[in-house]
Design a binder for this molecule. Structure first.
Ligand SMILES: [Fe+2]
Length: 362
């Protein structure tokens, strides 16, 4: 399957992942053939890209770390939580209980998944960005925590804190969250407040572990002291907050937003690696890099010898050396063949770029 921009959708293409309505109902099944009238409808729903089947990748399987149903269920719970916190100002006991159920299910899915690598780009509808984002940050944070050797109880605290990390955003208007262009200093001050306000909404609740609450407060702190709200230094920032900080940046930067196109994972990974030790905790970044694909399956890449291939498999700890299906040589289409970048005789080959031609048109 391949990720393509909605503007490039053509009649006859086959969906590789379902399309959902805004209230979470499945509108188009996986395997559905796209008809002409579907394209404007998909755009209208706020999708910027979709996964379609590709005959070059028919034999390639990509598994999400959690089931589609659980992702949907989690998003719906987050939506409900945001709605009621906005109305009542704090998180109710019932909601915490429900969110705990979600974290348990996320842990179960992630721990039982053998292919523990993040290999898909999450497609978010603009209106639902925040809820998707919270769920994705939770999944990414749990994976990194697992890689770092945290036990189930710690993973649970990380997961719950990650789901709730942006709950303070209920106080920030949608216009500000989706604003095109740079925020003014005053606007940025308002956005920054979501950390303290999020913590305030959680702090009275005895059902939420204190380290989960700390995540809401500290996820924008940076190890060099340049973060917010308190400008804390490295050893003053809780390790759970450091994990969520990296997951948050990765998911936010790879997402399409109304004001900009998402960056490809390889670009974001470069940014995160560049920030290791200054913005982000080095150890966390190391684990993140082992577990999250730099080039997710279906990505088209160019090698240093100018061959072009599609990523067909990723390997834990070798996220820069995927297996490729070479489709072009010397600017000519060829009979595809597979090439494993981990093999010794391919050592001098490197991926020089991710080809974004199909996603550039937003
Ligand atoms: Fe945040």
């Amino acid at each position: 399957m391949r990720l393509i921009n909605v503007n490039d959708i053509q009649e006859g293409m086959i969906l590789a992942r379902p399309v959902y309505s805004k209230n979470g109902n499945k509108l188009l099944q996986e395997g559905a053939t796209l008809k002409e009238g579907y394209v404007p409808k998909i755009k209208q729903l706020g999708y910027s890209s979709v996964y379609i089947q590709d005959k070059l990748l028919q034999d390639v399987e990509v598994n999400d770390l959690i089931t589609e149903e659980l992702r949907r269920e989690s998003i719906n719970h987050m939506k409900e939580t945001f709605r009621s916190v906005k109305a009542k100002t704090t998180v109710s006991a019932v909601q915490v209980l429900e969110l705990k159920g979600i974290v348990d299910k996320l842990l179960e899915d992630i721990i039982s998944n053998k292919n523990l690598i993040v290999d898909m780009v999450d497609i978010k509808m603009y209106d639902e960005y925040t809820f998707h984002h919270c769920v994705n940050v939770a999944v990414l944070s749990i994976i990194v925590g697992l890689s770092m050797g945290f036990n189930q109880e710690s993973l649970y605290k990380i997961g719950l804190g990650a789901l709730l990390h942006d709950i303070g955003k209920v106080n920030v208007s949608n216009e500000l969250i989706n604003k095109k262009g740079k925020l003014t200093d005053e606007e940025f001050e308002v956005v920054k407040e979501h950390t303290k306000q999020g913590y305030d909404k959680l702090k009275e609740n005895n059902e939420i572990p204190s380290t989960s609450k700390i995540i809401a407060l500290q996820h924008h702190e940076r190890v060099n002291g340049e973060g917010y709200p308190e400008g804390k230094n490295d050893d003053e920032i809780h390790i759970y907050s450091k994990i969520v900080a990296v997951a948050d940046v990765f998911d936010a930067m790879t997402s399409d937003r109304p004001y900009r196109k998402g960056y490809v994972p390889s670009e974001v990974m470069e940014y995160i690696l560049g920030g290791a030790g200054s913005f982000f905790d080095r150890k966390v970044v190391g684990h993140f890099f082992k577990k999250v694909a730099v080039f997710p399956i279906g990505t088209e890449v160019t090698l240093n010898d100018n061959r072009v291939g599609l990523v067909i498999e990723n390997f834990e700890k070798f996220t820069l050396r995927p297996k490729l299906r070479i489709i072009r040589e010397n600017d000519k289409n060829i009979d595809p063949y597979d090439l494993d970048l981990r093999e010794n005789n391919n050592k001098t080959l490197t991926i020089v770029k991710t080809n974004k031609n199909e996603q550039d048109t937003v």
